[in-house]
Design a protein around this ligand. Structure first.
Ligand code: PLP
Length: 295
């Protein structure tokens, strides 16, 4: 899919009783200028977003993404999104995706325009990059200090940790630093030595026959992909757990993955130069599941 699609939404109040929100959507030319120069999303990165994977025209885990959009809005003191309105916008965007192949639908809710209407909201749809190689061959990661302790989110909620905000410059800088160190990606760790998440993905470790992921109360984004995969694994009888994981536990992992909505499951081949073997069968099974239609 190469064509892009974009829709501006006139955000409805969360208690708006309408059942049909088509009148609040305006399709725009995705290549044409659309945002005001006073936009807080561009001036301050002040807003939130979601990236929904699309497989063969089907938006994956829409409800989980809408729930997280509402969660992020709450953390950021943004008006609560009307979830039915956003669900309908996702449906419209998905109808512009081709019936075959992978895509991505982005939902953006910005604080709006200085002295102007607020908030601003829009939805885009576009083709996804080809992630087949990374899903099969995996990524090397290095651990990077995120600079705060595991208890910082509770002490300093104004840092907005755990919200999916538009301020991703730090996450992108971490990936550049990982590349400078000869890796492909990073795993953030807290300054007091606990494992957190990757800049754009959640981390899952397999230790023996248990699947473990960092508990989301450590100021990380609770990933929809990790959540879905854990439900799938538990339904198949596997043991899954959310834990506060010390960095030393990385060395005990028998296998590990970065998981996210568009790249899906990328196996780790090395953490800080310690080689890790790829669980080929589990990786293929994870990606088969993640590529199946999921609501
Ligand atoms: N953690 C961070 C910081 C992310 O940016 C992302 C996705 O972009 C994730 C985790 C994984 O979330 P999801 O599985 O919902 O895509």
């Amino acid at each position: 899919m190469t064509r892009r699609f974009a829709l501006v939404i006139e955000p409805a109040a969360s208690d708006d009783p309408r059942s049909d929100f088509a009148g609040t959507f305006r399709e725009i030319d995705p290549a044409a200028p659309a945002l005001s120069v006073g936009e807080f999303s561009t001036q301050r990165g002040d807003g939130i977003f979601e990236s929904i994977g699309v497989v063969d025209g089907h938006p994956q885990e829409t409800q989980a993404h809408l729930d997280r959009l509402a969660h992020s809005a709450g953390i950021c003191d943004l008006p609560a999104p009307h979830l039915e309105q956003w669900r309908q916008a996702v449906r419209v965007a998905a109808s512009h995706c081709p019936p075959e192949g992978e895509g991505v639908i982005k939902l953006i809710l910005s604080r709006g325009v200085e002295h102007g209407p607020a908030p601003t909201a829009w939805v885009t749809a576009a083709g996804a990059p080809d992630n087949a190689a990374v899903r099969q061959h995996g990524v090397r990661v290095v651990t990077l200090d995120r600079g705060y302790g595991i208890d910082t989110p509770a002490r300093a909620p104004w840092l907005l940790l755990g919200a999916k905000t538009l301020s991703y410059a730090v996450n992108m800088a971490a990936i550049r630093e990982a590349k400078r160190r000869g890796a492909d990606d990073a795993i953030f760790v807290s300054s007091d030595g606990f494992v957190l998440e990757a800049p754009t993905a959640s981390l899952i470790l397999r230790i023996g026959d248990r699947y473990v992921t960092p508990a989301p109360n450590g100021g990380i984004l609770h990933g929809t992909t990790q959540l879905s995969l854990f439900e799938h694994l538990a339904a198949g009888g596997a043991a899954t757990a959310y834990e506060t994981i010390p960095v030393a536990a990385l060395a005990e992992a028998d296998a590990a993955w970065l998981v996210s909505s568009v790249r899906l499951a990328a196996p780790l081949t090395a953490i800080d130069d310690a080689e890790l073997s790829v669980d080929v069968e589990a990786t293929a099974s994870f990606n088969r599941y993640l590529l199946s239609p999921r609501d």
